[in-house]
Design a binder for this molecule. Structure first.
Ligand code: ZN
Ligand code: ZN
Length: 690
């Protein structure tokens, strides 16, 4: 269709409907000057007036004749498009289709989804330099990339299994394969071989990773192994660089990227392969603006392109396991480690029985300290895992029992001794550690519980020859700083690395022969139906850090609860399959993911009453239709953190047997909230539901 103005006909004018990056549903229609019509491209962007300001907005459909304007919109009220960007389409068709799908599925405005896909930085809107620069390329495809290590038999078999899915003729089913490989089994080599084959067909590749800060090691391996430039794609990349990367991807100059969850929207051309590494990791779930699951979107995008999705994990999610069981995903397995040391041995330290070290903040058994000392004496490296940063969990008055709470959130403040501060880990509130109790003026204040900072303080008193590094969010404020810590550890400059969950993810330190979990119990109290599964995943991943070199690894797990099912699985007294099967049965009974559908509607207000009554009103409106639409309502109930950042939050959970019923319910709820001007957040497939 040629829409450029035909001078032979009297112009009746044009209109353009655009998606605005604001949390408001629907498209917004503007008048479009005749001379702009030819410049407008679907997938591009324009500048429009919006409210009292101007904004960029995304073009998601072609301009129309003014006569096609819906009759209920007065022409005179229409504002005009101010400017058409000269960048052309910033979204390829498949990304636009993916954004439309996400907008509908997650019940999020299309403009908001597109904003996640192409934030202002990627469009060059935050950058003075208008033109994108061409990337400095490696010797692109000039030297043929060869595998650094030849693949072993198991890896070759995995490649062939997944390759068979990749080259299969297109069908209605998405092409998905699970690469289930134990820690240290060489999954990355399999990804690389699949990527090589995909690139050789002129197609492009995305590798999603859960923690972008930890990818520099992987990034180098990919560039060397594939012999092409690999782009790093995440929010911490400088604006100008981001703009250059976008342009290079759109032109096809760059064909491989590794990135965090938002890379699922990256504008690659002719996509052939998406790898989701550590597919079970909850960081793939975005928890602000548009609440999407990047792993799930990767599968949707790959399906749109006829591409292959490879989900890699040592501890696959129950959702993915279920799809394999149904025969919808292919399965490739790597059951052995590459290193000769084999799998580490795991030992329990029962904190109820074992003799403890005195006068330290964290619960530490004598035995644990002795094993650490022995490992260090033998020239080995040790990783110590504790799932809390700071010095102590909270401060309590021994006279009246008062604890210091955050003034903005319903949570106690964490003690950070070095900085002499109490900090809220939810809103960031800080105050000076008080000398006396605010309630009774007693000076008997005790710091209870332990964090990584206390271990850093106590270890030098307990160990000789320990050169300690700490890795957590307090310590690591930038990528460079993180790399420095990791380099210091891998070079052997330090021999003891202690940290939080950041330790868990994909590092390869062949010198580590001992891993210590200080308090496994901290992992058993998540208010989430995925909690037990998650606890097992973390402990398996942490254990997997030990013995990746030639020497065998050893893992010590300290706990008060030796009978916990997760502990039993780790010790081999309860089969992993038996444990997962009982988790699965429980979810099936309760109609939780992967069996039923769920959405959480969170009502927010400055007063608890408001939030509660809005939630109740929606629940009341939904209850008469619940039987017809096959939905179940849970709540209203106060959120796990009832108050966060000064805002009260009440939740209404909607469970449904199918997505249709769920979407109808969300639609009704949204409509009611908008009319009541209630503040609410829709979260489809939510995490943190207990
Ligand atoms: Zn007191
Ligand atoms: Zn707070």
């Amino acid at each position: 269709m040629n829409l450029s103005a035909d001078p032979a006909l009297p112009s009746e004018g044009y209109i353009l409907s655009v998606a605005v990056p604001r949390p408001i549903d629907g498209l917004f229609t503007y008048k479009l000057a005749d001379e702009m019509v030819a410049q407008v491209q679907v997938g591009g962007w324009v500048k429009v007036p919006f409210g009292r300001t101007t904004t960029h907005a995304f073009v998601v459909e072609l301009p129309k004749r003014l006569s096609e304007l819906k009759s209920d919109v007065p022409v005179a009220s229409l504002k005009s498009v101010l400017e058409v960007s000269d960048q052309g389409a910033v979204f390829p068709e498949d990304v636009l289709a993916l954004a439309r799908w996400a907008s509908e599925y997650y019940s999020a405005p299309l403009g908001e989804v597109l904003h996640c896909a192409a934030p202002p930085a990627a469009l060059g809107l935050k950058n003075a330099r208008k033109e994108a620069r061409s990337l400095k390329q490696k010797e692109l495809e000039t030297r043929s990339a060869t595998p650094v290590h030849p693949l072993n038999a198991a890896q070759l078999l995995a490649v062939e299994t997944l390759e068979a899915v990749r080259v299969a003729p297109p069908s209605a089913q998405p092409k998905v394969g699970l690469l289930h490989g134990v820690t240290g089994s060489g999954k990355t080599e399999v990804y690389m071989e699949l990527a090589r084959r995909t690139l050789s067909e002129g197609k492009s590749v995305v590798l999603l990773v859960p923690e972008i800060a930890l990818t520099s090691q992987l990034h180098r391996r990919l560039e060397d192994g594939l012999g092409v430039t690999v782009g790093l794609w995440h929010s911490a990349v400088a604006d100008g660089r981001r703009r250059d990367l976008s342009a290079a991807l759109r032109s096809g100059e760059l064909r491989v990227i590794v990135g965090a969850r938002s890379a699922v929207f990256a504008p690659l051309r002719n996509l052939g392969l998406i790898v989701v590494d550590e597919e079970h990791d909850p960081t793939y779930k975005q928890e602000d603006r548009v609440r999407y699951q990047a792993r799930d979107l990767a599968i949707v995008r790959a399906k749109i392109c006829g591409a292959l999705t490879v989900l890699g994990s040592a501890t696959p999610s129950l959702e993915t396991r279920e799809r394999v069981r149904e025969g919808r995903y292919a399965l490739a397995r790597l059951e052995h480690r590459i290193a000769v040391g084999g799998m580490p041995t795991i030992e329990l330290v029962d904190l109820c029985i074992e003799e403890r070290v005195e006068k330290v903040q964290a619960p530490l058994a004598r035995k644990t300290v002795e094993v650490i000392q022995k490992t260090l004496d033998d020239g080995g490296q040790v990783m110590v895992f504790l799932n809390r940063r700071g010095y102590a969990a909270f401060l309590i008055c021994q006279d009246c029992g008062e604890t210091e709470e955050c003034p903005n959130c319903s949570i106690s403040l964490t003690v950070h001794k070095k900085d002499r501060q109490l900090r809220c880990h939810v809103c960031g509130h800080q105050s000076v550690i008080p000398d006396v109790c605010q309630k009774c003026q007693s000076d008997q204040l005790e710091a209870v519980g332990a964090g990584t900072e206390s271990l850093e303080e106590d270890f030098p008193k307990l160990l000789t020859g320990a050169r300690t590094l700490r890795l957590d969010r307090d310590q690591v404020t930038s990528t460079t700083r993180l790399e420095k810590i990791l380099n210091q550890f891998s070079s052997g400059e330090a021999n003891l690395l202690l940290g939080t969950q950041m330790l868990v993810k994909g590092h390869d330190f062949p010198g580590v022969t001992l891993v210590v979990v200080v308090l496994a119990d901290a992992l058993f109290r998540w208010p989430d139906f995925r909690g037990p599964e998650r606890a097992l995943q973390i402990l398996q991943q942490v254990s997997g850090r030990a013995g990746r070199g030639e020497k065998p690894g050893r893992v010590l797990i300290q706990t008060y609860d030796v009978d916990h099912p997760v502990i039993q699985v780790l010790m081999g007294t309860l089969g992993e399959d038996t444990f997962l099967e009982s988790e699965r049965e429980l979810r099936k009974m309760l109609n939780y993911s992967p069996f039923g559908r769920m959405a959480r509607i969170r009502f927010e207000s400055e007063t608890s009453n408001d939030a509660k009554s809005n939630a109740a009103a929606v629940a009341q409106a939904l209850s008469p239709v619940s039987e017809d639409w096959k939905i179940d309502l849970l709540g209203p109930s106060e959120a796990f953190l009832e108050r966060a950042k000064g805002i009260y939050r009440w939740d209404l959970l909607i469970k449904a047997t199918d997505i249709r019923g769920l979407q109808r319910a969300i639609f009704l709820a949204k409509d009611l909230c908008q009319r009541k001007k209630a503040h609410f957040i829709v979260d489809v497939d939510p995490y943190g539901v207990g």
